[in-house]
Design a binder for this molecule. Structure first.
Ligand code: NDP
Length: 322
């Protein structure tokens, strides 16, 4: 089978489109014939080495397809089941081996590609709005990179829970997309001082929570956009990792809370995984959540897909089709 392998870290050129043996399932595992793999920023962090991994690896942390084989002891799945997953290396491939308890069956009414696009970014938006900071009608949230894969889903969920959303993004085309997804206000942070705009839009008060996936370039402004006792959620490094912080910086700004969460701690057990995945599937079925696929690429074009994502050229979700 074909797979995108990383033997050494670096630019998109290190993504090798190779022939590798088709995997066999071990005990408690299933093999999934991948119909679509999600492209996520985390794939770029593993490619560049920002997130370390023992190489070689097959890139990709999200996929959906059909079970083609099950290992001994697997009683919950059978050949032909449509499934989706995230959090396991290896989805940039024609087939992937996944622990059975990490697989979620896709409801009949949801297309396999939609499920592939919903797992990682959807469950991220879910835990950020349901668990890290439980958004409600009394809250104003600042969402950076609001037309991105996670960003658009965060907007939709925040609006579903009644919060006011101020988004940031780099172009007017992205701003229009974010508005269409429900953002109340959108700031072009490449042209305007987003912190000053946030203060203005909140009557000087600041926001209750900042969801910051941009990292280095927005970090200081994000802290300064919060109201006293607000929650700073730094959950990504699209512009580079954030620098170390002295705790007194939080005190100075009014006893802020700071967290640096990761999806994988929020779906580490089967119960959490099923709670988040089933709510997302239900919201998609009910028309409450739209999955925005911004582009599809052949598996062999993984480098181009990642370059577009890293180059800020994309809106919504990118998929690779083996
Ligand atoms: P996006 O689709 O959001 O793409 C990243 C966006 O970040 C770009 O489109 C761009 O939007 C913005 N950006 C700002 N500055 C830069 C820069 N210097 N270089 C590149 N992009 C920049 O990607 P994803 O939805 O896949 O991921 C979004 C972020 O969320 C990533 O940082 C990712 O690591 C993080 N994440 C974290 C998770 C967690 O659990 N901790 C889970 C999932 C994602 P614009 O042009 O509008 O500025």
């Amino acid at each position: 089978m074909k797979a995108i392998r990383i033997h050494k870290t670096g630019g998109p050129e290190v993504l090798a489109y190779e022939d590798v043996p088709t995997p066999e399932p071990g005990p408690n595992e299933a093999v999934v014939k991948i119909e679509a793999a999600g492209v996520n920023f985390i794939d770029i962090y593993f490619r560049t080495g920002l997130y370390p991994a023992e190489l070689p690896i097959t890139n990709g942390q999200e996929g959906a397809g059909t079970v083609s084989a099950v290992g001994a002891d697997v009683s919950t799945l059978q050949e032909g089941d449509r499934v989706a997953y995230t959090g396991v290396h290896g989805s940039y491939a024609e087939y992937a081996t996944v622990a059975a308890d990490r697989l979620v069956k896709i409801p009949d009414s949801i297309a396999t590609k939609t499920a592939a696009a919903a797992m990682l970014q959807g469950m991220t938006a879910h835990y950020l709005t349901r668990s890290t900071f439980t958004l409600g009608p009394d809250h104003t949230a600042l969402i950076h990179a609001c037309a991105g894969g996670v960003g658009l889903l965060l907007i939709e969920m925040a609006k579903k829970f009644g919060a006011r959303v101020i988004g940031t993004c780099s172009t007017s085309e992205k701003a229009a997309k974010a508005k269409a997804a429900g953002a109340d206000e959108v700031i072009l942070y490449t042209e305007q001082d987003f912190q000053a705009e946030c203060r203005r839009l909140t009557g000087g008060q600041g926001v209750d929570v900042v969801y910051d996936s941009v990292g280095q370039s927005t970090w200081d402004g994000s802290l300064d956009s919060l109201k006293p006792r607000g929650m700073m959620v730094t959950f990504g490094n699209a512009s580079g990792p954030v620098p170390p912080l002295a705790p007194l910086e939080l005190t100075k700004r009014g006893s802020l809370f700071l967290t640096r969460p990761s999806l994988f701690a929020y779906i580490s057990n089967r119960e959490d995984l099923m709670w988040r995945a089933s709510e997302i599937f239900r919201w998609i079925e009910d028309g409450d959540l739209n999955i925005h696929v911004g582009g599809e690429f052949a598996l062999s074009e993984a480098g181009e897909a990642q370059s577009q994502l890293a180059g800020r050229k994309t809106m919504g979700k990118l998929l690779l089709i083996p």
